[in-house]
Design a protein around this ligand. Structure first.
Ligand code: NIG
Ligand code: FE
Length: 403
């Protein structure tokens, strides 16, 4: 049988052994299949092994390794507007939270997103997705959270849906209406109630709800009430937790059985232990620590204690202007203490589990989606070691050569 595409004579195929979620030290278990070939048909991996498949198209894999396409399970696409002045303010000593309390931060992007038509938001996001794809990112999650009212929030979710239809990248969306208090409201409870009122409309566009649980944004009690309403309405839940202070978000995520607790820069010992024993995926976003010049999440401890750890970019205009997975992996390894093997698992198999697609993404395995990155590398440590070099040779998405 003639296949659609065959990749021949790869130095090695590097993949996590198990599909996500992979827990604790199990995350080091990656497989390196030397001198191998991959056969692809109808967007799926159908063959891995020593034989040379007959195919319509071939890629010469000599000098290359194949890894699963990166899955960026936490970004804030779509957004627009300019926050570079806030960057300058931080360089002069103002903190992210100071700027937010003074009406900048998320609210400033919200003003820009509210007045930008969906078509323009789409065009801007499309270009980001193009750049991410060329870096080997084949699946992206994006969030609302810059509308902060019904229209703007639903507009962002519709933009994400449309992007998924027109861009080769698979796009997943999350409703983050509870991202900040908009200026029209003085009561956080009233604002959250207004977001709960649109859950039925949100349900048509996404199955996942997130909240920014943080001192000065939404506290634990407010977050609990909101998330219980989300669970009641049948949503999967995720929480921006313990980002800038130890605010109780990580513990709340465990208590409510959230899919993920994201950030965890300031997670305390009790939170780390609770996460380690739970099925909630600790999603580390070390690009944010780097960009805001904050400390880094305690990735090593989380893994040693048995947590399921994913990593992602958090790409957004305020706290992390980074979407490059190689930089994020480098930071996860050098600052959060992950091993290279763990960082690979965290950005593939475990990120797939955050999005609920671990049965078809995050591994190079027969039957899985043919989402692959071919890198100019002799062996897998170079994925991190050569993080600032352009080592991407080809990107295969759904079996198509897209970069
Ligand atoms: O994950 N923490 C909340 N949300 C984003 C930042 C969004 C923004 O500053 O625009 C984050 O860091
Ligand atoms: Fe975020």
């Amino acid at each position: 049988m003639e296949l659609d595409l065959a990749i021949l004579n790869l130095n090695s195929i590097v993949t996590p052994v198990s599909s996500g979620p992979v827990r604790g030290r199990g995350m080091t278990r990656i497989e390196c299949i030397k001198e191998s070939n991959i056969g692809i048909m109808n967007g799926k991996i159908v063959y891995i092994g020593p034989e040379i498949p007959t195919a319509e198209k071939y890629i010469d894999g000599r000098g290359l390794i194949a890894i699963p396409g990166f899955i960026d399970c936490h970004t804030h696409i779509p957004f627009t507007g300019d926050r570079s002045r806030e960057f300058l303010m931080r360089l002069e000593g103002r903190s992210y939270m100071d700027i937010m309390k003074a009406g900048g931060g998320i609210r400033s992007t919200s003003e820009a997103v509210r007045r930008t038509p969906a078509t323009a938001l789409m065009a801007e996001s499309f270009r980001f997705l193009d750049s991410m794809l060329s870096l080997g990112v084949t699946t992206v999650e994006g969030k609302s959270g810059y509308g902060l009212e019904r229209e703007g929030e639903l507009k962002q979710l519709r933009v994400l849906e449309a992007l998924g239809e027109i861009h080769p990248i698979d796009v997943f969306s999350t409703f983050l209406g509870a991202h900040a208090l908009p200026e029209e409201y003085s009561s956080r409870d009233e604002y959250l109630s207004s977001m709960i009122e649109i859950f039925d409309e949100v349900r048509k566009l996404t199955d996942t709800i997130d909240i920014f649980c943080e001192d000065g944004v939404f506290n634990v009690d407010q977050s609990r009430r909101y998330m219980l309403a989300a669970i009641e309405s049948g949503f999967r839940i995720r929480i921006h937790a313990d980002e800038l202070s130890s605010s109780g978000g990580g513990l709340l995520a465990v208590e409510l059985g959230a899919v993920s607790a994201d950030h965890l820069i300031s997670a305390d010992d009790i939170t780390i232990q609770a996460l380690a024993k739970s099925d909630t995926i600790a999603t580390l976003l070390p690009g944010t620590s780097f960009f805001l010049n904050e400390s880094f999440a305690r990735g090593r401890e989380l893994i040693d204690r048995g947590a399921i750890v994913a990593i992602a970019s958090d790409f957004n205009p305020g706290s992390c202007n980074i979407y490059n997975p190689f930089i994020v992996m480098f930071l996860a390894v050098t600052r959060c203490g992950l091993k290279v093997e763990e960082a690979i698992t965290a950005y593939t198999a475990n990120a797939a589990a955050v999005l609920g697609v671990e049965d078809r993404k995050g591994l190079i395995r027969e039957g899985y989606d043919a989402d692959l990155v071919l890198l100019r590398a002799g062996d897998y440590p170079e994925v991190v070691y050569n993080f600032s070099r352009d080592i991407v040779s080809n990107v295969i998405k759904n079996g198509n050569i897209v970069a």
